[in-house]
Design a protein around this ligand. Structure first.
Ligand SMILES: Nc1ncnc2c1ncn2[C@@H]1O[C@H](COP(=O)(O)OP(=O)(O)O)[C@@H](O)[C@H]1O
Ligand SMILES: [Mg+2]
Length: 447
């Protein structure tokens, strides 16, 4: 029994061993298969990486072939359109100030016919934007009846301005620059260069120019209501005193014009000669800023440039600009403040006929502007009773900020615009809603 049990035991052992070997064998095989599986999983990502790389390369290749085809097609179409090279962006719909271009002052009307106003450097204007035309001196002689005295509408420091009728029937203001002025050429180029590229309803529109031999003329849209100066300081039967509402709208239009120059023109433009004689009025007494002969372009509006040439008109100059020539957009803000004071008080910036202490408008007005009891006394008698005390105090506060002697304390024009919008809107909706509605439709100007 024992033996049998032994034999059983011994026979049992190999059986036992067999199953163990089987187990080992199985384990071994499963290890191999696992290893095999493992090795295949490490190979697979490599394959997919290669596939990905190949597809990226082919994608890049397809894209570059596509780009080359597009560029070749463009080249072909440019050649097709003749010698007038396109300068993308110059007359696009937003028509902001894009980049300086060279003006070919010898461009002839023949160039206009070929739409190459700037010796082929500017593209044909979009239909929405008429563009700047080149005129011959003869054409302008004809338009102004040989520059007849009867057609003179303005006499600036550097020019005489005539009313004229162009060949297509357009009534225009034709500005003939004095020949003997040293700065005339610079002013001429600046006005053409700036106004041909700036497009804002708050800036006077340049229709064309003439650079025939030594003649330098600029042709503008005609502004039938003259200058703000004429309305404020030389009222006649033609120009009745402006009411409070019109003054607010004019103040806002001018603020928008300067905001446009400072914030939306690239590079920034500093007008440098903002004053009542350079604010023109349309048939609805909406204002447009003109006269860019002294303007400056600067890439940095906060760093003051030193300017050797300071405008002649006293009374509008920011103190730091008058004394050191340091020019920033804040110089325009000061001049704007002076014009706002003129709208408010009806006084001129400098008046030596007034009693001592009242000669300089800013010095006389500053202490009164922030005094609630005295602010009423300084208002133009022509508009007494047309405004609410609350509105008056707000406009006076804006003016006071703009004429701060310290440039840093003056606001940005964008802030002035934002402060004036509710005042102008409020006044119109309360007093003349019909006018407001008509006006929005007719002039395209906003509030
Ligand atoms: N577009 C215009 N419409 C009507 N009058 C104008 C126009 N442009 C200028 N004027 C009149 O001519 C004057 C001088 O024009 P301006 O451009 O200021 O010349 P300047 O550079 O010589 O000062 C203005 O003050 C205004 O009376
Ligand atoms: Mg002027």
């Amino acid at each position: 029994m024992d033996d049998s049990s032994n034999t059983n035991a011994t026979t049992a052992m190999p059986q036992k061993n067999h199953s163990y070997d089987d187990h080992i064998d199985h384990h071994f095989h499963s290890n191999i298969s696992q290893r095999h599986q493992h090795s295949t999983t490490t190979i697979l990502p490599l394959n997919s990486i290669i596939i990905i790389i190949i597809s990226i390369i082919s994608l890049v290749l397809i894209l570059s072939i596509f780009l080359i085809i597009v560029m070749l097609r463009r080249l072909k179409s440019v050649k097709k359109h003749g010698s007038c090279k396109e300068n993308s962006g110059i007359h696009n719909t937003s028509s902001r100030f894009i980049a300086p271009t060279t003006i070919d002052l010898n461009a002839s009307p023949a160039d206009v016919k070929g739409n190459c106003l700037y010796g082929g450097s500017m593209r044909k204007p979009a239909s929405a934007y008429r563009g700047v035309q080149v005129f011959t001196y003869k054409e302008l002689e004809f338009a102004t009846d040989n520059f007849s005295e009867a057609n003179v509408i303005g006499n600036g420091g550097s020019s005489v301005v005539y009313k004229g009728v162009l060949a297509d029937g357009t009534v225009a203001a034709i500005k003939r620059l004095h020949r003997d002025r040293k700065q005339g050429e610079r002013a001429f180029r600046m006005e053409v260069d700036l106004l041909s590229r700036l497009n804002s309803p708050y800036l006077v529109e340049l229709l064309g120019y003439c650079a025939d031999q030594h003649h330098r003329l600029l042709i503008f849209e005609f502004m039938p209501n003259g200058t703000l100066q004429q309305h404020l300081h030389h009222p006649s039967s033609e120009y009745r005193p402006l009411d409070w509402g019109s003054r607010l709208r004019i103040a806002l239009d001018c603020a928008r014009a300067l905001e446009f120059l400072h914030e939306h023109a690239t590079p920034t433009v500093i007008h440098r000669d903002f004053k009542c004689t350079n604010v023109l009025l349309d048939p609805h007494l909406r204002a447009k800023v003109s006269d860019f002969g002294l303007a400056k372009m600067g890439s940095d509006k906060t760093n003051g440039q030193i300017s050797t040439r300071v405008p002649r008109t006293a009374g509008y100059l920011a103190p730091e600009y008058a004394s050191t020539g340091k020019l920033t957009t804040k110089s325009d803000v000061y001049s704007y403040g002076v014009v706002l004071l003129q709208l408010l008080t009806g006084r001129v910036p400098l008046d030596i006929k007034r009693p001592p202490g009242e000669h300089v408008l800013v010095s006389w007005a500053l202490p009164r502007l922030t005094n609630r009891d005295k602010v009423d006394d300084m208002v133009d008698p022509a508009i007494q009773g047309q405004y609410s005390k609350k509105d008056l105090i707000q406009v006076a506060a804006i003016a006071a900020m703009c004429v701060q002697p310290e440039a840093d304390y003056r606001p940005l024009m964008v802030d002035v615009v934002q402060s004036l919008i509710p005042l102008a809107k409020n006044f119109n909706s309360v007093n003349s809603p019909g006018f407001l509605r008509f006006h929005r439709q007719s002039s395209g100007l906003k509030y």
